[in-house]
Design a protein around this ligand. Structure first.
Ligand code: PHE
Length: 331
C-alpha cells in the first residue's frame, strides 16, 4: 500500500467521501483486498508477519472509517437541529381566521346554559303544520297571529313556523312527562324594519312536571338567574301580559344595558328593555297533547335581540348582511 489511507480518511468531508474510501480500501478491487491477494506469492516463512501486518492495517482502517462516519453523522445532526430550531418568541402575524357569528355565539351560550340545567335540546321542521304552529298552542282559526299579514303560508296550506313553540307540542306528543326542554331555531314572520327581519331565531323553553309541582315562582327564579347569566348585573322585572298558550303570562324586562336604567334612546327613556315572554302552560295546550294531571311553564326569546344587547349592535339587519367588517369584530 503506497497510499496514506489514514490521512485520506481524516480529510474526508462527507459521508459520501467515507463510503468512496471504504470501497477504495475494502472493495473487490480495493487496495487492502489486493494486498491480501499477494499473500499467495509471499514466501512461507514471511507469511505470518505479512498477514499480521495486513490484519493490523485492516483493523486500523476500518476503525478509522467507522469513527469518521460517527463524527460526520453527529455534525450533520447538529447542523439539522440548528436549521430546524423554532424561535417560539418570534411574532408571526396571525392568518385571517373566521369568527363565530354573534347570533350563533349567543345561541350557543343560551343552549349551554340550559344544558347545564339538564334541559334537552329539541328540534322540529321549519315548514310546519297548522296544528303544531297554531291549533295545539291554543291559537284558534280566528286568532290575529294567523293573519296573512304576519305569516308565510305555502300553497298547500302549511306555514313557515312563526315561533319555536310548535317544537314543544311535538316533544310532548313524542314523550311522557316530566319534560325539561329547549328548542332553538329559525322562525319566520312577514316583517322588515330596523327591529324586525323576516327570518330570525328563537329559543323556546318548556318544563312539565306533575300536578301542582310547577309554580310561577319556579319560572321566575330560572328566568332571573338566566338573564343575570346572559347580561350580568341587571335588574329584572315581570310585567303581566298575554300569550294564547300560557296563563298567567308575563313579559320580562331587564334594566337597560346601555344607560343602566337612566333612560336613553334605545330603551325609549323607560330604563327597561323587553327581552322575553313566558308563563304557566295553558290547560288547553296540555289538553291538545293529551296530558293530564300535569303543570308546567314555558318561555320564548329572540336570539338576535339578545345578541344585539350583548354586543351593543344598533341595527338588527346588520346581523344578516354578512358584512365582513362587522363579523371581523367578533374574532
Ligand atoms: N312563542 C312566543 C312568541 O313567539 C314566545 C313565548 C313562548 C311566550 C313561550 C311564552 C311562552 O312570541
Amino acid at each position: 500500500m503506497n497510499t496514506d489511507w489514514l490521512e485520506k480518511i481524516n480529510a474526508a468531508l462527507s459521508l459520501e467521501d467515507v463510503e468512496t474510501l471504504r470501497i477504495d480500501i475494502f472493495g473487490k478491487k480495493g487496495d487492502l483486498t489486493l494486498e491480501f491477494a499477494k499473500m499467495k506469492d509471499v514466501p512461507n516463512e514471511e507469511k505470518k508477519a505479512f498477514a499480521q501486518h495486513l490484519n493490523e492495517q485492516k483493523t486500523l482502517l476500518s476503525e478509522a472509517l467507522e469513527s469518521k462516519k460517527t463524527i460526520l453523522l453527529v455534525l450533520a445532526l447538529e447542523e439539522q437541529l440548528k436549521n430546524e430550531k423554532i424561535d417560539v418568541t418570534k411574532f408571526v402575524a396571525s392568518p385571517q381566521s373566521g369568527a363565530i357569528h354573534p347570533v350563533q355565539f349567543t345561541m350557543d351560550r343560551i343552549i349551554s346554559y340550559f344544558q347545564n340545567l339538564n334541559f334537552s335540546v329539541e328540534d322540529g321542521p321549519l315548514v310546519e303544520d297548522d296544528f303544531y304552529n297554531f291549533e295545539a298552542l291554543n291559537l284558534p282559526a280566528y286568532h290575529p297571529a294567523r293573519d296573512m299579514q304576519d305569516t308565510f303560508y305555502t300553497k298547500d296550506g302549511k306555514v313557515l313556523r312563526t315561533h319555536t313553540s310548535p317544537v314543544q307540542i311535538r316533544t310532548m306528543l313524542a314523550n311522557k312527562p316530566p319534560i325539561r326542554m329547549i328548542a332553538p331555531g329559525a322562525v319566520f314572520r312577514k316583517d322588515f324594519d330596523i327591529t324586525h327581519t323576516p327570518m330570525f331565531h328563537q329559543v323556546e323553553g318548556l318544563v312539565v312536571a306533575g300536578e301542582g309541582e310547577i309554580s310561577f315562582a319556579n319560572l321566575k327564579y330560572v328566568m332571573v338567574e338566566f338573564l343575570k347569566h346572559m347580561f350580568g348585573d341587571v335588574e329584572v322585572r315581570f310585567r303581566p301580559s298575554f300569550f294564547p298558550f300560557t296563563e298567567p303570562s308575563s313579559e320580562v324586562d331587564i334594566s337597560c344595558v346601555f344607560c343602566k336604567g337612566e333612560g336613553c334612546r334605545v330603551c325609549s327613556h323607560t330604563g327597561w328593555l323587553e327581552v322575553l315572554g313566558c308563563g304557566i302552560v295553558d290547560v288547553n295546550v296540555f289538553q291538545a297533547v293529551g296530558y293530564k294531571n300535569v303543570s308546567g311553564y314555558a318561555f320564548g326569546l329572540g336570539v338576535e335581540r339578545f345578541a344585539m344587547l350583548i354586543h351593543k349592535i344598533g341595527d338588527l339587519r346588520s346581523l344578516f348582511e354578512s358584512d365582513i367588517r362587522l363579523l371581523g369584530q367578533f374574532r
